[in-house]
Design a binder for this molecule. Sequence first.
Ligand SMILES: *[C@@H]1O[C@H](CO)[C@@H](O)[C@H](O)[C@H]1NC(C)=O
Ligand SMILES: *[C@@H]1O[C@H](CO)[C@@H](O)[C@H](O)[C@H]1NC(C)=O
Ligand SMILES: *[C@@H]1O[C@H](CO)[C@@H](O)[C@H](O)[C@H]1NC(C)=O
Ligand SMILES: *[C@@H]1O[C@H](CO)[C@@H](O)[C@H](O)[C@H]1NC(C)=O
Ligand SMILES: *[C@@H]1O[C@H](CO)[C@@H](O)[C@H](O)[C@H]1NC(C)=O
Ligand SMILES: *[C@@H]1O[C@H](CO)[C@@H](O)[C@H](O)[C@H]1NC(C)=O
Ligand SMILES: *[C@@H]1O[C@H](CO)[C@@H](O)[C@H](O)[C@H]1NC(C)=O
Ligand SMILES: *[C@@H]1O[C@H](CO)[C@@H](O)[C@H](O)[C@H]1NC(C)=O
Ligand SMILES: *[C@@H]1O[C@H](CO)[C@@H](O)[C@H](O)[C@H]1NC(C)=O
Length: 625
Amino acid sequence: MIPKTQFVYPVLLLMFSSHILKYSNAVVDTISPGQQLNISQTIVSAGKMFELGFFSPTNSTNYYMGIWYKNIPGKTVVWIANRDYPVTGSAVLSISVDGNLVIRHGRIVYMVTDIVTNGNVTATLFDSGNLVVRDEKSNTLWQSFDFPCNTFLPGMRLGYDNRNGKSWSYISWKSDDDPSPGNYTLKLDSEQGNRILILNGDDEYWRSKLWEEDSNVFESPPEVRLNMFNFSFVSNLSMTYLTYNLYREDLISRLMIDSNGRLRQFSWSGNEWDVLNSQPRNACDVLAYCGGNSSCTEVPSPNCSCLPGFKPNSPELWNKADYKFGCSMISGLQCGNDTNIKGAEDGFRMLSKVVLPKNPLPLQVQTLSDCRSSCLNDCSCAGFSYISQSCSIWIGELRNLQQLSADDISGTDFFLKLPAAELGTGKRTPSKRKQLIIIISVTISASILASALFIWKVKMKMHKRTGEDLLSFDLSISPEPTKNEQSGVKQRQKHKKEVEIPIFSFSSVSAATNNFSLSNKLGEGGFGPVYKGKLLKGNEVAVKRLSRKSGQGWNELKNEAVLIAKLQHKNLVKLLGCCIEGDEKILVYEYLPNKSLDLFLVGNFLLMFSFSPLDCYYRFVFLLF
Ligand SMILES: *[C@@H]1O[C@H](CO)[C@@H](O)[C@H](O)[C@H]1NC(C)=O
Ligand SMILES: *[C@@H]1O[C@H](CO)[C@@H](O)[C@H](O)[C@H]1NC(C)=O
Ligand SMILES: *[C@@H]1O[C@H](CO)[C@@H](O)[C@H](O)[C@H]1NC(C)=O
Ligand SMILES: *[C@@H]1O[C@H](CO)[C@@H](O)[C@H](O)[C@H]1NC(C)=O
Ligand SMILES: *[C@@H]1O[C@H](CO)[C@@H](O)[C@H](O)[C@H]1NC(C)=O
Ligand SMILES: *[C@@H]1O[C@H](CO)[C@@H](O)[C@H](O)[C@H]1NC(C)=O
Ligand SMILES: *[C@@H]1O[C@H](CO)[C@@H](O)[C@H](O)[C@H]1NC(C)=O
Ligand SMILES: *[C@@H]1O[C@H](CO)[C@@H](O)[C@H](O)[C@H]1NC(C)=O
Ligand SMILES: *[C@@H]1O[C@H](CO)[C@@H](O)[C@H](O)[C@H]1NC(C)=O
């Protein structure tokens, strides 16, 4: 949102004495009354982290007053005062007689702040990137952190201040060389719990999973699971917001909503910005990417198709890969039609290996057949699922159903409601129900068989691979991390080829940690204790023994695995291998003997590692098929 406090008004400039800002050798981080900054002057925060001044985006003749990293080449701009009102090279920034920060541009005065003061104020740029206007008693009157642009820096907020009717939301640039407000907005949705939303215009574009109070992370790992960030939620009567800080002072990181609607977390590696996370990760995660009643496939390239029994609403656009109008049913359902014709009853088609559509409605029914008939009897029900004895139905339009490939190990079954004509059974035979039962039981037994076979195969494979000796493991030739994410989709296809990480024998892990002795214990987090291990060559490793209670669904697991595969970053602790024997799930990480690591290992961010044994397992699976 464009801060209301900014507006432009023409005034007759009163002549008043204004001294040009004088540069001595000392860094100037403050603008005081009577000083002004012209287009080629800047101020720099005390620790030389950030710089404030006018800049001109690439290929543009417009000037904007902004804040960027002082020591990072290429001017990475994190905040702009006048994104909706570009100026030319003659503009100057100063504090007006009434104590407001203004950009004078000819006879136009653009008010950066709109505060009531006695005129004796200063504007200081801090090392956090925050520009703060204070009065002579150092009371904060205004701060740039309260008027975000597209970049969410550590210490900033995302949320609402209901008491003052303010919100902290972030709007993308229009394009890489046009900072004016673009199509995408990052905001907090606090209606059914807290989560992050990306809007495209007014339409929802992507949403994160819900924030979990007790574990201080979003349900799904992507946004916050890195051991670099300490995200926290503040919620009280007057305000609700998400904020974060960095665990390490030497890190430079920013979260940004870019002009293509991607929410990306960057970290400065010393010579380039690494992308640590990018959401939505896949086209199929974009809300209604394929429109309603269609299914999305990600591999080999993002593609949409109508659900069986449905046709595109706009075949012309559909063929041009513009899917937004979605699909509708070819022939109508019998449901609700009084004309009772035998053999015309609606039925279901099972779609297997799918990611279920968004917005399920959970039902408290006990059996598959109750679940099925609940949907059948509700004319607005479009389909149902029945997983682990829990029934969900979908009302109306189906969105974001995703069809996974046949060799994908995740995914579930979805039963799509269709008219008899589309089910290929035509006439109703007396044995139809029986047929369904047979089909279901065959499916169930087949899946039991398949899983048994699968588990057996995994076990065989594991068996073959167990027994690598942790003690004689050579750290110097441990698997190299993959390159950082370049493009989500490409990476996604590539990760399948990533190979195994070492599996260590339990006995060698036990030996390395002196039988998990107390003296080797570094700490204990929610997911189990962490020990220091010693290898024969003298190297030290950190060994995390997961407690048995943690478990997770395949989807989250898969996301996590893909994430870890992508995020091999120098600031992350390197996973050297794992050990899965019987009930034991153990992760072995490199051990960095600095204090901050201990902090990660015993803090909340143990969570990040919690699914990783399964990550190991997951990679296995890909080796198998
Ligand atoms: C800005 O001010 C400095 C210091 O007075 C001066 O040297 C410089 O030429 C000015 N630049 C512009 C573009 O006016
Ligand atoms: C600037 O313009 C050049 C030439 O028109 C183009 O190649 C380049 O991509 C543009 N840069 C940006 C950031 O748009
Ligand atoms: C402004 O505040 C400073 C202290 O921060 C004080 O020294 C100065 O006299 C004040 N000036 C006016 C005009 O009030
Ligand atoms: C994490 O953030 C919370 C809230 O901002 C703060 O109280 C806590 O000290 C932080 N923890 C670390 C280790 O920085
Ligand atoms: C809510 O929390 C904020 C930030 O911690 C604090 O400044 C504010 O006073 C709190 N408001 C109430 C009503 O507790
Ligand atoms: C933003 O929306 C407009 C209008 O819908 C569209 O023409 C433009 O391509 C969109 N820009 C981006 C970067 O998506
Ligand atoms: C999308 O899928 C349809 C049907 O599965 C196929 O005919 C079409 O070639 C695919 N398009 C792309 C771009 O992959
Ligand atoms: C999808 O199907 C439902 C139920 O048949 C229908 O109400 C809805 O309008 C359809 N959506 C589109 C985009 O046609
Ligand atoms: C009711 O069903 C009959 C036979 O299938 C069909 O001809 C008729 O159009 C249906 N009526 C409605 C309102 O769908």
